[in-house]
Write a new protein. Structure first.
Ligand code: SDX
Length: 370
C-alpha cells in the first residue's frame, strides 16, 4: 500500500464539470474556456452550466434567474443570529453556522440542486448583513429585480452599483465557482459519500475553505500588500519572508505550475479598479510582489494563484478584508454542490487507509504499577 500525503495526484472520481491544465495554465467549465465565459457569460448562466451541464436557452435562463432571486431572503432567526455575532465573530464561522441553520429550517423534500439554489441565493444576503451590522448601517433587503451580482453589491452598498462594478463582481464570482477536486470540494464529497445531507456537505466545505492554505489566502495576500506599504519595500519584504521559511500568500498551487489563469483575469480587474490613491499603491505593490516572487519561485513552478489579486478586487469593491473567504464560498457553493450531485450518481463511501507504524501486542499495566 502506498502513502500519498495530501492525496497528491490521486483521482477520487471522474468528472465532466471542470478541467484544469496545470502546465499550460488553462481552466474549463463543462468544456468552455474560462476566458470565453469571463468575456461573454454571466453568473447565473455559468451557475446553470455547472449544475445542469449545458448553457441555458433564454427561457431556461429567465426561469432560473427568478428561482434564484426568489430565494434571497433569510429567516428572522438567521438575521437575529447574524446581528448578534457580526461585530465579533469570524465571518466564515458565522457563514458556516448560518448554513447549518438553513439546513435545520429547510423541511422541503426538494432536490439537491433546489437546496443548492437556496444556499447560493441566501449567502450574499448573510455576507451583506455581516458587513452592514459591523458598520452600524441598516440592513438592505434583497431586490428580486436585480441580477445576482448587482443585488449583492446593492445590499453591501445600499445603492445600485454601476454596470462596470456589477460586471467585475459577476466575473470574479464566476472565476471562483469551481476548481475540480480542491480541498473544500473533497471535504464536501467525504460528507456526501456517507449519504448525509447537502447542507452538512456545504458546512464541511466552508470549514475547509476557511484555512489560509486555501480560501483564506485572499485576505492574507492583501494583508501582505498592506504590510509592505510602498513598492520600494517589496524586495526586502519578500526576501525576509521567504528566507525565514514563510510562504508568499497568493502564490503556489497543487495543480498550476504556471500563472493561474484566474489570476490573469483578476489582475486586469484590479488594474481597472485602481482609481483611488490607496488601491493604486496596493496594485503597484502587488505587481512588484508578483514580479519578484516569480523571479525567485517561478523556476520551481510557484506562481500567483487565484487568491493573489482577488483580495485587491474585493477590497476595491468595498468588502471588508475578512469577508473575502465568504465571497469565495458564495461562488464555490455552486462547484461544491455540482460535484456532490455528480458523485452521488455513482456513490462510493470515501474511506482511505493509514499505514500503521506504532507498537503492537503491548501488555496492559495497571495504574498502580505505572
Ligand atoms: C486556493 O486546490 C485548489 O484548486 C485551490 C484553489 C481553488 O480554486 O479551490 O485554487 C484555491 O486555495 C489557491 C491556493 C491559496 N493558498 C495560498 O496562496 C497559500 C500559499 N500557498 C501554499 O501554501 C501552497 O502553494 C499550496 C498550499 C497552495 C499548495 O501546496 P502543495 O501543493 O501542498 O505544495 P507544498 O506545500 O508541499 O509546497 C511544495 C514546496 C515547499 O517547499 P519544500 O518544503 O519542498 O522546500 O513549495 C514551497 C513549499 O515551501 N511553496 C512555497 C509556496 N507554496 C509552496 N514557498 C513559498 N511561498 C509559497 N506560496
Amino acid at each position: 500500500m502506498e502513502l500519498r500525503k495530501g492525496l497528491e495526484d490521486i483521482a477520487i472520481k471522474e468528472t465532466s464539470i471542470t478541467y484544469i491544465d496545470g502546465e499550460l495554465g488553462r481552466l474549463y467549465y463543462r468544456g468552455y474556456s474560462i476566458f470565453d465565459l469571463a468575456s461573454f457569460s454571466n453568473f447565473e448562466e455559468v451557475a446553470y452550466l455547472l449544475w445542469y451541464g449545458k448553457l441555458p436557452t433564454r427561457h431556461e435562463l429567465d426561469d432560473f434567474k427568478s428561482r434564484l432571486a426568489e430565494e434571497r431572503s433569510i429567516s428572522e432567526d438567521i438575521s437575529t443570529f447574524v446581528k448578534r455575532t457580526a461585530k465579533f465573530g469570524n465571518p466564515m464561522d458565522i457563514l458556516r453556522t448560518t448554513v447549518s441553520m438553513m439546513g435545520l429550517e429547510d423541511r422541503s423534500e426538494g432536490d439537491l440542486i433546489g437546496k443548492a439554489i437556496k444556499m447560493t441565493a441566501k449567502i450574499p444576503t448573510i455576507i451583506s448583513l455581516i458587513q452592514r451590522t459591523r458598520r452600524n448601517q441598516e440592513f438592505v433587503e434583497p431586490d428580486p429585480s436585480l441580477s445576482h451580482s448587482e443585488n449583492f453589491l446593492y445590499m453591501i452598498r445600499g445603492e445600485r452599483p454601476s454596470p462596470s462594478d456589477t460586471r467585475v463582481l459577476d466575473v470574479s464570482l464566476m472565476l471562483h465557482m469551481d476548481h475540480e477536486m480542491n480541498a473544500s470540494t473533497m471535504a464536501c464529497l467525504v460528507v456526501a459519500s456517507t449519504l448525509s445531507d447537502i447542507y452538512s456537505s456545504v458546512v464541511a466545505g466552508i470549514s475547509a475553505l476557511k484555512g489560509p492554505l486555501h480560501g483564506g489566502a485572499n485576505s492574507e495576500a492583501l494583508k501582505q500588500f498592506m504590510e509592505i506599504e510602498t513598492p520600494d519595500n517589496v524586495e526586502k519584504y519578500v526576501m525576509n519572508k521567504l528566507s525565514s521559511g514563510q510562504r508568499l500568500m497568493g502564490f503556489g498551487h497543487r495543480i498550476y505550475k504556471t500563472m493561474d489563469p484566474r489570476a490573469k483575469i483578476l489582475k486586469e480587474y484590479a488594474n481597472q479598479l485602481s482609481k483611488n490613491e490607496e488601491i493604486k499603491r496596493l496594485f503597484e505593490i502587488a505587481n512588484r510582489v508578483e514580479e519578484i516572487g516569480i523571479k525567485i519561485l517561478g523556476k520551481r513552478g510557484i506562481y500567483p494563484n487565484v487568491d493573489f489579486y482577488s483580495g485587491l478586487v474585493f477590497y476595491a469593491m468595498g468588502f471588508d478584508p475578512d469577508l473575502f473567504p465568504t465571497i469565495f464560498a458564495s461562488a464555490r457553493v455552486i462547484g461544491w454542490t455540482a460535484h456532490v450531485d455528480e458523485y452521488l450518481k455513482d456513490n462510493k463511501l470515501i474511506r482511505p487507509k493509514a499505514i500503521y507504524v506504532g507498537d503492537l501486542g503491548k501488555r496492559y499495566v495497571p495504574i498502580e504499577e505505572r
